[in-house]
Ligand binder design. Structure first.
Ligand code: T4K
Length: 363
């Protein structure tokens, strides 16, 4: 029997029960138990990275990496078009997000909009692989090397994605994944820090456990551990990754074929040369004048769609008065609609969504 977990997936209940029984038998429910260790090993092998530290969510993962890299009180370059967690995580630890605009076609941080004064002012770049579409990693590497500051990737959307045969999770100084219930791979709530840097991994491991073992320095610990039940979800779901990818690819293609026939709707392309996708997001772009009405129409018609991300981060109240204008981010925030994706979608559901959009566009 398959057990529904979150928005996009279902897992094998028998396998989950086996893991769950191991938790009950061991009596260990948290504090880096056996299942968490197994999950970390599997993620390292799958991603092709030396260290994985699983945590309770990706927001805290960003904070932990930022604290370990000494970013408290420092400026950090971030894209203005992302989920608020990217910027809030940094602001929460006392870093200052320095927003830069994104590229209109990739929706990712535009290396060309990072000015040399930004690089002089900033102590790190946190780039986001939005929708699982990889950033311009080469350009970001060049900037990071030239400025002598690290790049950290917020890869909350990108677990399972590869570029030119190399998995997301192996780039920059460290990368962060989200395993939230709305993600391709889920542990309910959860996340991971992945890195090849031995010292960084060791410090992250200490910081997520109240700073235990930290000697000297000013590293402040927190509690960011993943528990064993979440790890059991993750371990059960691991065996489903390729099936989920194939299923999502199929849904994406059916969706794309149907949406392309509707005048006024542009599908956000997930396929790119050299990129192995998970097809976790199904996004369309429409005229900004009608976008909010379309979202209301779809919601009234039972379609779980979202205005990701509106407003852009740089226009959120904590940042709006100081952030620079990011016109591409504003434009995207007015035009994008995220459609339902994953296990909940079959051909009838896709027909319903596309039919509803078509009727709206003909009004
Ligand atoms: N960086 C980036 C770039 C991110 O996008 C995120 C999170 C983070 C960092 C931080 O990661 P975490 O700290 O969360 O690990 C959701 C998620 O809560 C959030 O994790 C995610 N990004 C963001 C993009 O989406 P909401 O408020 O938009 O989700 P919500 O509750 O409206 O759910 C979306 C759809 O999924 C709805 O149609 C309902 C459905 N759903 C949701 C849940 C929670 C289910 O079917 N089952 C469920 O259990 O934020």
């Amino acid at each position: 029997m398959m057990l529904r977990v979150g928005k996009s997936e279902s897992i094998d209940q028998t396998k989950f029960d086996t893991y769950f029984r191991r938790i009950l038998e061991s009596g260990v429910v948290t504090n880096h138990g056996q299942l968490v260790r197994e999950l970390e090993t599997k993620i390292c092998e799958f991603v092709g990275v030396k260290h994985c530290v699983v945590v309770c969510n990706a927001t805290v993962a960003i904070q932990v990496v930022a604290i370990v890299l000494g970013l408290r009180g420092k400026r950090v370059i971030v894209p203005s078009f992302t989920f608020p967690a990217t910027a809030h995580a940094l602001a929460w630890i006392g870093a200052e997000p320095l927003f830069v605009d994104v590229d209109l076609s990739t929706h990712n941080i535009d290396a060309r909009s990072i000015e040399s004064s930004d690089l002089n002012d900033a102590s790190a770049i946190v780039a986001v692989n939005l929708w699982g579409r990889p950033c311009d990693i080469v350009a970001l590497d060049e900037l990071s090397n030239a400025a002598g500051i690290p790049v950290i990737y917020d890869s909350a959307h990108a677990f399972g994605v590869a570029v030119d045969g190399r998995r997301i999770g192996t780039f920059g100084r460290a990368e962060v994944f989200s395993f939230h219930a709305t993600k391709f791979f889920s542990t309910g709530e959860g996340g991971a820090i992945v890195t090849d840097d031995d010292a960084l991994a060791e410090s992250c491991r200490q910081v997520i456990n109240f700073g235990a073992g930290v000697s000297g320095g000013d590293l402040v610990g927190t509690n960011a551990k993943m528990n064993e039940i979440s790890a059991a979800f993750g371990l059960t779901m691991f065996d489903e990754i390729e099936r989920m990818r194939d299923r999502n690819r199929f849904i994406y293609q059916v969706f794309k074929g149907a949406l392309r026939m509707i005048t006024g709707v542009e599908v956000i392309e997930m396929d790119a040369p050299g990129v192995e996708q998970t097809y976790h997001y199904m996004l369309i772009e429409v005229d900004g004048v009608i976008r909010d009405d379309l979202v209301r129409w779809l919601s009234d018609d039972g379609v779980a769609c979202k205005r990701y991300f509106c407003p852009p981060c740089s226009e959120l109240p904590p940042y709006a008065s100081t952030a620079r204008a990011c016109s591409n981010s504003v434009s995207l925030s007015k035009r994008l609609v995220s459609l339902p994706m994953g296990a909940q979608m079959d051909s009838r559901a896709i027909d319903h969504v596309c039919g509803s959009i078509e009727r709206f566009m003909k009004l």
